[in-house]
Design a protein around this ligand. Structure first.
Ligand code: F0G
Length: 452
């Protein structure tokens, strides 16, 4: 540690039910009284900030840690450990997650009709998705609590991440994923990292149902995003984003919505930053879903968000192919508190946005591209104005789903689907690989026809 913070006597963190508000709950995932999800609160901050440190001291402490080589300081999550539940440093499992880049996307900005567009690329984490930031915290607490086994249901990224952290921490891991409809990249990661990987003949929501019972009966620790320690780690992405912007909040943050934990985490971070005096205004957080996996959008439009309308989810953006999101209430609270909104985008809009992000030399997986596709709609509706600054949260790396990208460029992504006709407009963005004779002239002719 580059600087030792002084500890107070007060217990730093507690679990609180998001429904009935009961506090100091035992270490579970749902309230035993009302069955709602739990969240971590910090009574130990006690109006004076973590360990009595104010915003200015914390900003300096966190920046100083960037020149340290200690594992907990090198981690872009544990570098912010004052705003996380307490754990002894020898229990931390880290693969040097976080510290992800913030890129400007000038061409995508132009395409969306705004001036200032940035991408916080969480796909640049060690296993290629934002899940690592929450997995380092939850897996560390699992190990600290003495668990030998961890498990998750997943559309791919959570499983890849969990398998990696379990392996690094000497834990066994069990993965339940839908049979088919997850990318090979993600599946291959969990195999490589040594998880017991089961492909269940159901979708993600079916995998969750099975796993919830398994963890009731077996001494296995659940690492899905209902685990409040996951949310705490994922919070740090927003702290890091604000640090990268010199603590100047953007006007909008746009997040893809699946199980809806990430939007909740980013919102929680901003709420805490405001309370602790890091920022004076909060960006609007908006959540974008795929049209075929739109339970939050439907619920907001059809019943004002009173009640979740689960759907049978279908989308090529397999990471967000989720019909019954666990954290919908937390996400809705964030959207309302910050004045954000929800929107849905079509399969063709997702494919186009993904190609545009790729053409910036950045790239992302399909689920992340819903953010740009959604932004375009929000600009057209006037919800985002041309002079406002927007940050898209790109959640997964482009190599996570290379199959999607290859099919897109070969022009057969939508063949035989109802989107075949609509997808004809994507032609100018497709760059199919060219097969040539091994001749210098053939390559030179090609260069000339390309405008050299
Ligand atoms: N983007 C990617 C790349 C994802 O993998 C996920 C979720 C999301 C967005 C949505 O985030 O669930 O917090 O709203 N993936 C899950 C998984 C659920 O199992 O990997 P969310």
């Amino acid at each position: 540690m580059t600087e030792q913070a002084t500890k107070t006597e007060v217990s730093v963190s507690q679990l609180r039910c998001i429904g009935c508000g009961r506090t100091a709950l035992p270490d579970r995932f749902r309230c035993e009284t009302c069955r709602d999800l739990l969240e971590i609160i910090y009574p130990g901050w006690d109006g004076r900030g973590p360990y009595g440190l104010g915003a200015a001291s914390l900003k300096k402490l966190w920046l100083d840690r960037r020149s340290s080589f200690e594992p907990a300081d090198v981690s872009g999550v544990w570098r912010f450990r004052e705003i996380l539940p307490e754990i002894s440093e020898d229990k931390i499992i880290t693969i040097r997650e976080g510290n992800t880049p913030l890129y400007e996307l000038p061409h995508c900005a132009q395409s969306a009709g705004i001036k200032y567009l940035f991408a916080k690329h969480q796909g640049m984490n060690p296993t290629g998705s934002f899940k690592d930031t929450g997995m380092t915290t939850a897996a560390s607490f699992a190990r600290a609590a003495g668990y030998k086994w961890v498990a998750c249901a997943s559309t791919g990224n959570t499983s890849a991440s969990m398998a990696a952290y379990a392996a690094r921490g000497g834990l066994h891991s069990l993965v339940l994923i839908p049979d088919g409809k997850i990318s090979w990249g993600k599946l291959s990661q969990s195999l490589d990292y040594g998880a017991i990987t089961c492909q269940l003949k159901t979708d993600f929501d079916g995998c969750v149902r099975v796993l919830n019972e398994v963890v009731e009966r077996m001494p296995v620790y659940l690492l899905n995003s209902v685990n409040p320690y996951r949310v705490e780690g994922q919070k740090t992405a927003a702290f890091e984003l604000l640090e990268q912007r010199g603590w100047e909040p953007p006007d909008h943050i746009i997040v893809p919505g699946g199980n809806l934990a990430n939007s909740s985490a980013i919102g929680k971070a901003l709420r805490e930053m405001k309370e602790l005096g890091f920022i004076s205004r909060t960006p609007k957080i908006s959540v974008i879903q795929a049209e075929g996996a739109n339970p939050l959008v439907r619920s907001v439009r059809e019943n004002g968000g009173e009640k979740l309308i689960p759907v049978h989810a279908e989308t090529m953006a397999t990471a967000i192919r989720i019909g019954n999101p666990a954290s919908w209430k937390k996400a809705l609270r964030v959207i309302r508190e910050t004045g954000g909104t929800v929107e849905q985008v079509s399969e063709v809009e997702i494919a186009l946005a993904k190609a545009e992000i790729g053409a910036e030399g950045v790239g992302c997986e399909p689920a992340s591209a819903v953010t740009l596709a959604g932004l375009k709609k929000l600009v057209k509706q006037g919800f985002v104005s041309p002079n406002e600054t927007v940050v898209l949260v790109l959640t997964g790396h482009t190599l996570k789903d290379a199959d999607f990208t290859l099919k897109f460029h070969r022009g057969d992504l939508f063949s035989g689907t109802p989107y075949d006709e609509e997808s004809k407009g994507l032609k100018p963005y497709q760059r199919s690989p060219l097969v040539l004779e091994p001749s210098v002239d053939a390559v030179i002719d090609l260069l000339k026809s390309a405008g050299t």
